[in-house]
Design a binder for this molecule. Structure first.
Ligand code: SF4
Length: 376
């Protein structure tokens, strides 16, 4: 039987990074956070989501910076989840954190609460790049965070790096990768920088204070990344995600395999695993007021085309999609349905068919949007 995931959004950060377009506010005072935590618990307890009939095998605290919460606040949220949902004993419980926001004591408290996976944003090991991105930590803080996590007994640690930063050379990127691998995380998420409208970085690029990322160089960085991490035993299992064997993110994998996820908090997006998606209010204070007034924080509901999502989300995984499963779920043959497009994509060496699976090629990973456009 399918198990569900729970996502909890914590929309507070110490400051705003220049490239960030996530739903997050600058942490002002604990009073706002307390009010938010109470609203969150109320939303969880009063959720009418059908997912509550399923077992839960992943919980994910994302943000924002969840590590700005105290252990007491996290405990309150987890208790609300345990009360409402049937959480499996060995559930993967991930918490996103930022370097320089945790101490050994707080990490031990988190561990005692059952949090067993840590994911944090390292982004780069170059202090001048960190500064340009508006990050409030240094590379030394990243190394210290890993040390603290190990000292607190975290055996499943992931961190993010960003490639294609303004003025970053291939050599700089290689140095970053080498530094990252020295720390031996179990999991790595490696992204190419995206410029989002409305962010300070977009403005800096527009006013030419920062150069536009070079697409060819980004491609070379991606190739180098795949080779470098593979040499150290990391397998790529998704476009941007790499792990040692057995350490793939169970929670994030749910999004790529169209499994149900119930999400709570500001801007949280849920999916029932069948066809319904719904999303919460994006503004923190509006969200809190809605919940406090016993009104629904859901501001958007949509029905998805599961057939198309199954294909383009599944193609993000290196194992691709199982054509027999597609036929079983949707009653038609994918190859016949998209024959002309698939032939073109195979000829362009963007996808391949093997052993009843449809997968992106290495080139396809680089030009994935071209492939996904066929199925959206
Ligand atoms: S720490 Fe993460 S969520 Fe917060 S502003 Fe920076 S990128 Fe955005």
């Amino acid at each position: 039987m399918t198990a569900a995931g729970i996502y909890i959004h914590i929309p507070f950060c110490r400051s705003r990074c220049s490239y960030c377009d996530f739903a997050t506010d600058v942490f002002k005072n604990n009073e706002t956070v307390e009010r938010y935590v109470s609203a969150l618990c109320f939303e969880i307890q009063n959720s009418k989501s059908k997912i509550q009939n399923l077992k839960v095998d992943t919980i994910y605290f994302g943000g924002g910076t969840p590590s700005l919460l105290t252990a007491k606040q996290l405990e309150k949220i987890l208790n609300a989840v345990y009360k409402k949902f049937s959480v499996l004993k060995n559930a993967e419980i991930t918490m996103e954190m930022n370097p320089a926001t945790v101490s050994l004591e707080t990490l031990r408290d988190y561990k005692n609460l059952g949090i067993n996976r840590a994911s944090f944003g390292a982004q780069t090991f170059d202090d001048s790049e960190l500064k340009r991105l508006g990050r409030k930590h240094t590379a030394a803080d990243v190394r210290e965070t890993i040390e603290l996590l190990r000292a607190a007994d975290f055996a499943n640690v992931s961190f993010d790096l960003i490639a294609g930063l303004p003025r970053q050379t291939l050599k700089d990127w290689k140095r970053n990768l080498d530094e990252a691998l020295k720390l031996k995380p179990e999991h790595l998420s490696l992204y190419l920088l995206e410029i989002h409208e409305g962010t300070p970085l977009a403005e800096q690029v527009r006013s030419r204070r920062q150069p536009l990322p070079d697409e060819d160089l980004a491609g070379e960085m991606y190739e180098l990344l795949i080779e470098t991490v593979a040499e150290k035993g990391y397998a790529q299992y998704e476009i941007s995600n790499f792990s040692l064997s057995g350490y793939e993110s169970k929670h994030n994998s749910k999004y790529w395999t169209c499994e149900p996820v119930s999400a709570f908090g500001v801007s949280a997006h849920s999916f029932d695993g069948k066809r319904n998606r719904w999303a919460n209010e994006r503004d923190t204070l509006k969200y809190v007021r809605l919940v406090e007034n016993d009104e629904s924080p859901i501001v958007e509901k949509s029905e998805v085309n599961l057939r198309s999502e199954f294909v383009f989300l599944g193609l993000r995984l290196t194992k691709g999609i199982d054509l027999r499963e597609y036929k079983k779920r949707f009653g038609t043959d994918l190859i016949e349905e998209y024959e002309k497009d698939l032939r073109r994509l195979v000829e362009a060496e963007l996808i391949e068919l093997a052993e009843n699976r449809l997968k992106l090629t290495r080139k396809g990973f680089l030009f994935s949007n071209e492939v996904f456009a066929v199925f959206v």
